[in-house]
Design a protein around this ligand. Structure first.
Ligand SMILES: [Zn+2]
Length: 92
């Protein structure tokens, strides 16, 4: 994929494929849960649109507040050399 191509984060499988994570906060229990996208795909909800997906708290059943988390930072090969050049002392 060209790095300048727009990415589409529409369905749960889009998130999974592009390395995004979906977390959920229960306002009643005050707890966070990381959703397992692989498990959700196995349960057949991969094609669900993220905006239509309304996970509920496993403990109390309250509707969770979703938070989309980006993939872990990846450094392109060219950029890495530049970064190392300028940041070598701090990077050591
Ligand atoms: Zn809860």
């Amino acid at each position: 994929m060209n790095s300048n191509s727009p990415i589409r984060l529409s369905t749960l499988s889009d998130l999974s494929r592009l390395g995004y994570q979906l977390a959920c906060f229960c306002p009643r229990c005050q707890r966070w849960a990381d959703l397992n996208l692989s498990d959700l795909e196995r349960q057949g909800v991969a094609t669900r649109r993220v905006v239509d997906f309304t996970p509920r708290c496993r403990r109390c059943g309250t509707r969770g507040e979703k938070q989309l988390r980006p993939p872990p930072k990846r450094v392109a090969r060219g950029a890495r050399a530049t970064f190392a050049h300028y940041a070598a002392p701090a990077d050591a």
